[in-house]
Design a protein. Structure first.
Length: 56
């Protein structure tokens, strides 16, 4: 018996979690926001982030 092959490829949506372009882009943007926030905290307080958090 021979199996017939499908003639069209289904269009699947990209998942919103896991290792995909959407997640990597979102993580990159969050990291950029966090980095800029850390720079602002250091500039405004005159202390490093670890000192500001009370870890040093």
């Amino acid at each position: 018996m021979t199996q017939t092959q499908p003639t069209t490829t289904p269009k699947l949506e990209n998942p919103k979690f896991g290792f995909n372009d959407y997640a990597e882009r979102l993580n990159g943007r969050a990291a950029m926001i966090g980095f800029v926030a850390a720079l602002i905290v250091e500039y405004v307080t005159g202390q490093g982030v670890l000192t500001w958090l009370g870890l040093i």
